[in-house]
Design a protein around this ligand. Structure first.
Ligand code: IPM
Ligand code: MG
Length: 354
């Protein structure tokens, strides 16, 4: 039987809770392949146990796997450490070392949750957009960078190759979807954005069917809230994509619903876009759906589309029947725990496949 080796990286805070629910779902879903899991340390817990937010063994385990399923990292406990020891450095180094340059963050609307979003129903109904965020360059990684006593600086830099690589991913995706690509930048101020515009415009000549537009990031952050339906695929650089994707999660009702794939030439990593939520860690209150959807994206990426669909359908049905985790239930006391949500999704999977 076909077997995939999956590196599990639960990380910190709610990481273990949400990964456990994803495992429950992956275990229960009918499949004609095997998943072989191996767990690795990353983030704050890796700092505590191995004095390194990305131990060598974890990096090698990730490199030798078919895919990585990631929870979340970070927490106040480690905030005062020097940069290289912070949990976030572990994730950033992992992304860079794996070369996973294309971060894919879909925003979809569940009709059952139209009331969970603070935005009006008529604005968010039928929204279906994907943010393609460049993940391993830009200001996150640019040199020189430094924090001195009275001055600090970072560098935003992009090469033509880096832009072409991510833009190709976005054009190809737009071509398979609704054929609209909006490149979000700050070309009225930043040289990097000006180069992005040149490169992306040139590439558009090879994609006759894709309608390309450009939008300044300040305007885009407003348009996402005022008229999100105008977007199909949004292409943007690392920092803008980080910010816009948190903003876009408001459209779907909760950041606990947004999954992501980070894709490179050889390997891919799947993670919820939310963080480690230390305030609710260990209380069985987290929403596991973003992680379960990330697991489903992982199966799709591995070519197991049918199995991925079963998971997505079960999530649809559970939400349609009105079940909500705390983040979605607003002030109501009527919500289910993290593990209950996982159990329900498993139950629906079993029912669907009788
Ligand atoms: C994300 C997160 C990370 C990022 C942090 C944890 C380093 O916010 O994946 O969006 O900034 O990329
Ligand atoms: Mg972020």
């Amino acid at each position: 039987m076909k077997t995939y080796n999956i590196a599990l990286m639960p990380g910190d805070g709610i990481g273990t809770e949400i990964i456990n629910e994803a495992l429950k779902v992956l275990d229960s879903v009918p499949k004609d392949f095997k998943l072989n899991f191996k767990e690795y340390l990353i983030g704050g817990i890796a700092v505590d146990k191995a004095s390194n937010p990305l131990p060598q063994d974890s990096l090698e385990g990730a490199k030798n796997s078919d895919a990585i399923l990631f929870g979340a990292i970070g927490g106040e406990k480690w905030d005062k450490l020097e940069r290289d020891l912070r949990p976030e450095s572990g994730l950033l180094r992992l992304r860079k070392e794996l070369g996973i340059y294309a971060n894919v963050r879909p925003v979809r609307i569940y009709n059952a949750l139209l009331d969970s979003s603070p935005l009006k129903k008529n604005i968010i109904e039928n929204v279906d957009l994907v943010i393609i965020r460049e993940l391993i360059s830009g200001i996150y990684f640019g040199e020189p960078r430094a924090k001195e006593k009275d001055r600090a600086y970072n560098t935003m830099a992009y090469t033509k190759n880096e832009i072409e690589r991510i833009a190709k991913y976005a054009f190809d995706l737009a071509n398979k979807r609704n054929k609209k690509l909006c490149c979000v930048d700050k070309a009225n101020v930043l040289e990097t954005s000006q180069l992005w515009r040149e490169v992306v415009s040139e590439m558009a000549k090879d994609y006759d069917d894709v309608k390309l537009s450009f939008m300044y990031v300040d305007n885009a952050s407003m348009q996402l809230i005022v008229n999100p339906k105008q977007f199909d695929v949004i292409l943007t650089e690392n920092l803008f994509g980080d910010i816009l994707s948190d903003e876009a999660s408001v459209i779907s009702g909760s950041i606990g619903l947004l999954s992501s794939a980070s894709i490179g030439e050889n390997i891919a990593l799947f993670e919820p876009i939310h963080g480690s939520a230390p305030d609710i860690a260990g209380q069985n209150l987290a929403n596991p759906i973003a992680t379960i959807l990330s697991a489903s994206m992982m199966l799709e990426h591995l070519g197991e589309t049918k199995t991925a669909k079963i998971i997505n359908n079960a999530i649809d049905s559970v939400l349609k029947d009105g079940y909500k985790t705390k983040d979605l239930a607003k002030d109501s006391k009527d919500f289910c725990s993290c593990s209950k949500m996982g159990d329900l999704i498993v139950k629906y999977i079993k029912e669907q496949n009788g």
